[in-house]
Design a protein around this ligand. Structure first.
Ligand code: 2M8
Length: 445
């Protein structure tokens, strides 16, 4: 791609982030998601770190200002100025401040993948003002530790010793086929099914979004959790959904490694974090690596069944540095083979689901399309494990995808057609990070 096109992409990505900036944090999209989302903010901070160190730090600090007393980082921090009619479920649904959440701000009660320590370390590494960056790390480190402690204390699944997601929204990959089996067991009460109006369909095509049936189940599970007062211990008996997700755990392991790096940077001992990461990695391999499918799969803690499907969630554990190289190689073979066709002319980005599955869908939410954040995670895994040729091909492919189709929420992996919301923050942020990496590696040649 010529340098004028690269500059155009950089300018477009910057203008998306500027337009979505709300003074202290960034919203994922002006059309669909008008509040602050947890893992979106982490990805956005990584992109912002190349533009403004201060804003990147503020993005994460604002999110962590909404941390609950028990350490959880909520998946949404609501902007009080936005009408509840703009997004469902709104703060009235979650009732966080009367159920253990902070009193200063309204939030949701569930969480999202723990990628924040990794984002904080990237922000620190890209910083120009080192004393400011050091102050930022010192301030956020105990909050990151308490966030991870929450997961280890409240969410540990005793059999696998991995952490549980209690809602498909907690995975960030809301509608992935990996959760289908677990969702089959969810009973929706009549009053819940009729209690809400979807707001998402006002903004995007219904063929791109989860079905009404799935949505009712999402609302039912969130209602059950809320009605327990978000108490992870008393909730155990009434749970209708409790799933061990490979990506969520891999990101926790990767972030524990990052916490080790942060601890060292601020003069503390990071051994405990490296040890936690090692243990999580061992448990991921032991319990969730499927030798036949050659990907990581999910475990349903309520039924004891495994969800044996090839999804992007099962490729992402290669981000963890401690992942044994023979496992990394097998996963990379799956990623570059016919099921995902990564880094080939046959697909754009990393498809969210097996291209050969009978229910693969090019446009439906997390059931086929390529997303920039999950593709970026696979790229980081390749790159960090020194699988440079494939990593570089994927990097070029992702840059070209966004340059061609714009900063959309997700893309058809076969045609590159854009889907979901336009001007999407993590797409813009991670495009910036990829462009900067390309520049850095060109400079080092
Ligand atoms: C999507 O999830 C929200 C619920 O959290 C939704 O569908 O309304 C997912 O793609 C999730 O990963 C993302 O964080 C969120 C905001 O971009 O949108």
């Amino acid at each position: 791609m010529n340098s004028a096109k690269l500059l155009d992409l950089m300018a477009e990505a910057k203008s998306v982030l500027e337009a979505n900036w709300r003074g202290k944090s960034t919203i994922p999209s002006r059309y669909l998601y008008p509040h602050q989302w947890s893992w979106d903010s982490a990805f956005t901070a990584i992109g912002l770190s190349h533009l403004s160190q201060q804003n990147a730090q503020l993005e994460l600090d604002t999110l962590f200002a909404a941390q609950w007393a028990d350490g959880r980082i909520p998946h949404i921090v609501f902007n009080p100025e936005v009408s509840p009619r703009e997004y469902f479920p709104s703060s009235d649904f979650w009732q966080s401040s009367s159920n253990g959440g902070p009193s200063s701000v309204e939030t949701s009660g569930i969480v999202q993948p723990p990628i924040h320590a990794r984002a904080a370390l990237d922000v620190f590494r890209n910083a120009r003002d080192l004393s400011l960056a050091n102050e930022f790390l010192v301030g956020i480190y105990p909050k990151l530790v308490s966030w991870h402690d929450y997961l280890f204390r409240n969410r540990l699944e005793p059999g696998t010793k991995l952490v549980l997601t209690l809602h498909p929204w907690e995975s960030g990959l809301d509608n992935s086929p990996l959760w289908d089996q677990a969702l089959e067991g969810v009973t929706v009460m009549a009053d819940v099914a009729t209690s809400f109006t979807r707001r998402d369909l006002q903004h995007v095509d219904k063929h791109d979004r989860p079905s009404d049936d799935d949505y009712s189940k999402f609302v039912q599970i969130a209602t059950d959790y809320r009605d327990s007062g978000y108490n992870d211990f008393t909730y155990v008996d009434s749970r209708q959904y409790a799933v061990v997700d490979p990506m969520f755990n891999a990101l926790l392991a990767w972030s524990e490694e990052a916490l080790g790096g942060i601890a060292t940077a601020i003069g503390l001992d990071g051994t405990v974090h490296m040890e936690r990461s090692r243990q999580l990695t061992e448990n991921l391999v032991r319990h969730l690596f499927d030798e036949e499918l050659e990907v990581f799969i999910a475990f349903d803690a309520l039924t004891g069944d495994f969800s044996r499907k090839r999804t992007v969630s099962g490729l992402i554990p290669i981000v963890v540095s401690a992942m044994p190289m023979h496992i990394v190689r097998k996963v990379v073979e799956t990623a570059t083979g016919e099921h995902f066709s990564v880094a080939s002319s046959k697909s754009w980005g990393v498809p969210s689901y097996d291209l050969l599955a009978s229910d693969f869908n090019v446009r439906l939410y997390w059931r086929g399309p390529s997303w920039l954040n999950t593709s970026w995670l696979v790229w980081r895994g390749l790159y960090d494990h020194g699988i440079t040729k494939i990593a570089d091909t994927l990097l070029e492919n992702l840059i070209e995808l966004v340059a061609r189709s714009g900063c959309y929420e997700y893309f058809d992996p076969i045609t590159a057609n854009p889907h979901g919301s336009k001007d999407f923050s993590w797409t813009a942020a991670l495009a910036i990070d990829l462009l900067e990496s390309k520049k850095a590696s060109a400079g080092s040649e």
